[in-house]
Design a protein around this ligand. Structure first.
Ligand SMILES: [Fe+2]
Length: 237
């Protein structure tokens, strides 16, 4: 597996120039917020894992727990503590993504969010977020060695037209790329991009909040200015 390093090198001294931008990183002080809400978040994640839970855990979770079953009922991005993240920081990034991806004039809203907790050895299996325009992972607490974001090469199919060696698919899995993540990273990528979470090889729990921003309607036929939809990303009750 290749590793994408923060300086854009790929771990072998060569600098990667990706011709089309589809994955981004910003930084936000999540850890201060997390200190205040970790206790109560653990309570509801414990409940989801309990036999009495009315919310199902995600089938993608192996050894961990996800609040995705209440992603619309009580999305954490709507919690008051995340007000600035949801209504200021993330829109400032998503507006630029919207521009780059030629989505000007299309309404966008943060439609779902959830928190995943990975104890040691836990992973999230390969999946995508269908019909989601920008999937966003906000890393609340990532202990050293607790697993990176891994994305599937979106040009994977074309690799089969190249004479790849015997180890490409197995055992190296070079079609997967490791994106190192740290506490306070916020990663943005298209919902069609297949991804998974590496195993938690630390002794502590790992927490991430994931949000979906969905394009749902055009503002007008010629996709004029931005003003009409500047505030639609926030949680709407
Ligand atoms: Fe995901």
């Amino acid at each position: 597996m290749l590793t994408a390093l923060p300086d854009q090198s790929i771990g072998n001294g060569i600098t990667s120039i990706n011709p089309y931008p589809f994955i981004f990183r910003s930084h936000y002080n999540l850890s201060d917020i997390w200190k205040d809400i970790k206790g109560e978040t653990d309570v509801f994640l414990d409940f989801i894992e309990s036999p009495n839970s009315i919310y199902k855990n995600s089938a993608l979770e192996v050894g961990g727990v996800s609040s995705v079953g209440r992603c619309r009922h009580d999305p954490p991005h709507g919690w008051r503590v995340f007000d600035d993240l949801t209504n200021n920081h993330i829109p400032s990034i998503v507006d630029q993504v919207w521009d780059m991806w030629s989505l000007k004039g299309v309404y966008r809203n943060m439609t779902e969010s959830w928190i995943n907790r990975h104890p040691p050895k836990a992973t999230t299996l390969e999946h995508h977020h269908h019909n989601v325009t920008v999937a966003i992972c906000a890393y609340l607490d990532v202990p050293e060695g607790s697993g990176n974001l891994q994305i599937l090469n979106p040009l994977h199919t074309f690799k089969y037209a190249e004479p790849v060696d015997d180890g490409y698919e197995m055992p190296r899995q070079d079609h997967w790329i490791d994106i190192p993540v740290k506490t306070n990273d916020v990663i943005y990528f298209p919902g069609w991009l297949k991804h998974r979470t590496g195993a938690n090889n630390s002794d502590s729990n790992r927490y991430v909040m994931t949000m979906n921003v969905t394009a749902y309607e055009m503002t007008n036929i010629d996709r004029g200015g931005y003003d009409e939809f500047n505030n639609t990303i926030g949680f709407i009750e």
